[in-house]
Write a protein that binds this ligand. Structure first.
Ligand SMILES: Nc1ncnc2c1ncn2[C@@H]1O[C@H](COP(=O)(O)OP(=O)(O)OP(=O)(O)O)[C@@H](O)[C@H]1O
Ligand SMILES: [Mg+2]
Length: 272
């Protein structure tokens, strides 16, 4: 379970004797099994917010609660995927994917079974003996996703995970993430009826891309800057099917988001 609640969260950075307020006054409730996209201009504090959610940095003000308990540092069930993949070049695909489990001293047989399952799921099994340098950007990002999923997280945080990929690879990976989110949440529902016992997966995705935010967010938090804050929460009912991309509802959603971002930018520079 991973119900997240942020109250009046603010983060200041100290830099060269100055204090920079990266984010401030962030109130956000992220229900278990949610898919939340966060979008906003460069420098508005999206990454800062995500790092605070991951427990990597501690907020200067306010509180972050997960399942009712104050977040104090990193938790095992949270996975964070960054843009630069974080793969070790000297490890094979298999070993990179297994890394998180090995660090946790999981039994070898269990690691082998789990990693095989996930590499097959992500279409990487045939590449398991390759090194990151022998993979494309999209394949590397898949390995990073595999490594995170191997840990069976209940909260998956992603910071611009697909931004360096070409359009088609990017769409393909977006579809994969959507599929995994759907599977986990359908299974999660079944488990309450004595089903597979799989926990719901909550996803928080930071992106620059309006289309990506609208495709992968059941809700979309639009951020403004100075200080970084949420200026609008947008519900996105149509989200959930791969075909959503091709609907007029999707097109309208993107146009709406573009408008909110533009208005937010005007507000910041004080243009009427
Ligand atoms: N370690 C740091 N020290 C000082 N200031 C920082 C630090 N990290 C970030 N900042 C500042 O905090 C603000 C928010 O940065 P952050 O990286 O969270 O923005 P972002 O929305 O993720 O931007 P982008 O879209 O470009 O990735 C920026 O003004 C940035 O310069
Ligand atoms: Mg960032």
């Amino acid at each position: 379970m991973s119900e997240v609640e942020l109250r009046e969260v603010g983060v200041d950075y100290k830099s060269l004797g100055r204090t920079v307020t990266a984010i401030d006054g962030i109130d956000l409730k992220i229900p278990d099994g949610d898919a939340l996209s966060i979008i906003g201009p460069s420098g508005c504090g999206k990454s800062t917010l995500l790092y605070a959610l991951s427990g990597l940095i501690r907020p200067t003000r306010g509180s972050i609660k997960i399942n009712g308990g104050e977040l104090s540092g990193q938790r095992r069930e949270t996975a964070l995927i960054l843009q630069d993949y974080g793969l070790f070049p000297w490890n094979t695909v298999f070993d990179n994917a297994a890394l998180g489990l090995r660090v946790r001293h999981v039994h070898k047989d269990e690691i082998n079974a789990e990693v095989e399952k996930i590499l097959r799921r992500l279409g990487l099994w045939d590449m398991r003996d390759r090194y990151p340098a022998q993979l494309s950007g999209g394949q590397r990002q898949r390995v990073a996703i595999a490594r995170s999923l191997a840990l069976n997280p209940d909260l998956l945080l992603m910071d611009e995970p697909f931004s360096s990929l070409d359009a088609l690879t990017r769409e393909e990976l977006q579809n994969t993430v959507l599929e995994i989110w759907r599977e986990r949440n359908l299974n999660g529902k079944n488990s309450s009826n004595g089903g597979s016992g799989v926990e719901p997966l909550t996803i928080v995705l930071v992106t620059h891309s309006i289309e990506e935010a609208a495709f992968l967010g059941k809700r979309i938090a639009v951020m403004g800057m100075d200080p970084g804050r949420v200026i609008k929460m947008v519900g996105n009912n149509g989200m959930g099917e791969v075909e959503y991309r091709n609907t007029s509802a999707f097109y309208n959603r993107c146009a709406g988001l573009r408008g909110i971002l533009k208005d937010g930018a005007k507000e910041v520079v004080g243009v009427e």
